[in-house]
Design a protein around this ligand. Structure first.
Ligand SMILES: C=CC1=C(C)c2cc3[nH]c(cc4nc(cc5[nH]c(cc1n2)c(C)c5CCC(=O)O)C(CCC(=O)O)=C4C)c(C)c3C=C
Ligand SMILES: [Fe+2]
Length: 462
């Protein structure tokens, strides 16, 4: 689609209703196929045997590091456990299980002591919920210790809970502001955005991911129940990704998004520790406060997909908008596997892969654009039906990078005005700084920040 025809199509479209009228919508739907793929949530047997993690399909590309088809992983066994203690928080480069939630909160903490108490409580709850154990039995005259959603024994179920801090947490507290990570800002409104205030920003983000959606819900309710004096919820978004078993040859493929395309074909390889140090984890190489080493920037975007419109778009056009084949995820310039690497240098005029195709803009694969890499860990979401009778579906886009400006912000700026925008509308999300991990029991999330902040408040004359 040309920019002109895109503008014309866009003229009749306000973001809530990409159809001129409800009647247009009904006609559109009548012509569209109605097949929906089965989703994964809830499909696991409680006592299924623990299986080997899926092997990933690798590809090598010097301009983009080692990349892999990023299949959701895990056996689906509720006893699967991701370690909590370590240099980095879990849930960033650990394999993405089938379901996720991002929840955003405002924080009630007036001084470093309050904030420390909140971090300590959060650490206790996350350590317990992610590692599992028995729920304490209390006197029945009291409210029960646990919601009971998972029964009397909490199985870890691959759960990770990843804590990030938003710009407003620092900006609204003079004693914390000097310690703000250098690139942490309130997420700006990009040209195609229509951010809903009720689904955007926040002081603190929690990313839950687990095999089962109920495990995330249980964990969220536990934290809401146990930290009422510190956390007030602003918004949350659930999502999931299908778990696709490996093929007979052992190869895996990435999950599909709600536009029907493989999503995750060209993600940096999260098993490549050197690449993760370069692309994801903040350390001495970055111009950031020392307390933040071991953390990373999280960009969350709730991106609605206009699926009715998309499903009435010719296949060839869909593929040229994305830059990959729909059936197998291969690049448009050849091959039949999503692991093939596109050769843009051999196609300078965009005859095979249009110059404004999503993947070509997102990653032009030059020496220079290697610095714009990020790790995407998205989920699909389905929120029912809008008031105007459309399916409210989309992508809960989550990306991690050590340099937010060079990563998400630069890539999003390159994508601004892309043909895909006719079919998508970012409606919420936020930028957060993911805290370093908790190295060992007894320590707590955010300790390095609290120590830095306490030092400056002690230094102040009274
Ligand atoms: C700013 C970053 C990005 C946003 C926002 C984004 C939204 C978005 N993407 C798809 C679908 C696909 N994206 C694909 C690849 C891809 N996307 C980004 C970045 C953003 N996408 C990157 C960096 C890449 C990798 C490019 C590369 O290295 O070749 C693909 C192809 C498969 C894949 O590689 O994952 C699809 C499909 C949608 C639908 C969407 C918003 C709703
Ligand atoms: Fe993308």
């Amino acid at each position: 689609m040309t920019k002109d025809s895109k503008k014309k199509a866009g003229a009749a479209q306000d973001y809530g209703c990409p159809y001129a009228s409800r009647r247009d919508l009904l006609f559109g739907l009548a012509g569209a196929g109605g097949a929906f793929a089965l989703r994964s949530g809830g499909a696991f047997a409680k006592d299924a045997p623990v299986s080997e993690p899926q092997k990933k399909t690798e590809r090598a590309d010097e301009t983009s590091g080692r990349q892999v088809a990023d299949a959701p992983s895990g056996s689906g066994n509720t006893r699967d456990r991701v370690p909590f203690y370590g240099e980095h928080q879990a849930g960033v480069i650990t394999p993405r299980p089938a379901t996720g939630i991002v929840a955003s909160f405002d924080v009630v903490a007036r001084d470093p002591e309050d904030l420390e108490q909140m971090f300590r409580k959060l650490t206790d709850r996350i350590a317990f919920l992610t590692q599992g154990g028995k729920v304490p039995q209390l006197d029945p005259k009291l409210p029960p210790a646990d919601s009971g959603v998972l029964g009397p024994v909490i199985e870890p179920d691959n759960l990770t809970i990843t804590v990030g801090l938003g710009n407003s947490l620092f900006e609204n507290r003079p004693w914390l502001k000097p310690h703000k990570p250098k690139q942490l800002v309130r997420m700006p409104e990009f040209p195609n955005d229509a951010l809903d205030a009720d689904r955007s920003h926040g002081d603190l983000s929690l990313q839950f991911s687990a095999n089962l959606l109920d495990t995330n819900i249980h964990a969220l309710r536990d934290i809401v129940k146990n930290l009422p004096e510190f956390l007030v919820m602003r918004w949350m978004q659930e999502g999931d990704v299908p778990v696709i078993p490996p093929k007979p040859d052992g190869k895996t493929e990435s999950a599909r998004n709600f536009l029907g395309f493989h999503d995750g074909s060209a993600n940096p390889d999260s098993n490549d520790a050197e690449l993760m140090e370069e692309v994801i984890w903040v350390d001495e190489k970055d111009d950031e406060p020392e307390w933040a080493y071991g953390g990373t920037y999280q960009a969350v975007r709730i991106i609605r997909n206009f699926v009715e419109r998309w499903d009435r778009t010719p296949l060839r056009e869909q593929e040229r908008i994305i830059g990959r084949k729909k059936n197998n995820g291969a690049p448009l310039d050849g091959g039949d596997r999503e692991s093939e690497v596109p050769d843009y240098a051999a196609d300078p005029d965009g005859k095979l892969t249009p110059l404004d195709a999503h993947i070509r803009l997102a990653n032009p694969r030059t020496e220079k654009t290697r610095e714009n890499l990020m790790l995407r860990r998205p989920f699909n979401y389905s929120n029912g039906v809008t008031k105007s009778g459309q399916l409210d579906q989309g992508l809960l886009f989550i990306a991690y990078q050590a340099d937010l400006d060079k990563g998400f912000v630069t890539v999003q700026r390159r994508l601004d005005g892309e043909p895909l925008e006719e079919y998508i509308k970012p409606v919420g999300g936020g930028f957060f700084y993911v805290l370093p991990g908790v190295p060992e029991p007894g320590d707590y999330l955010g300790r390095s920040l609290i120590e830095a902040a306490s030092k400056t408040s002690d230094d102040k004359p009274t």
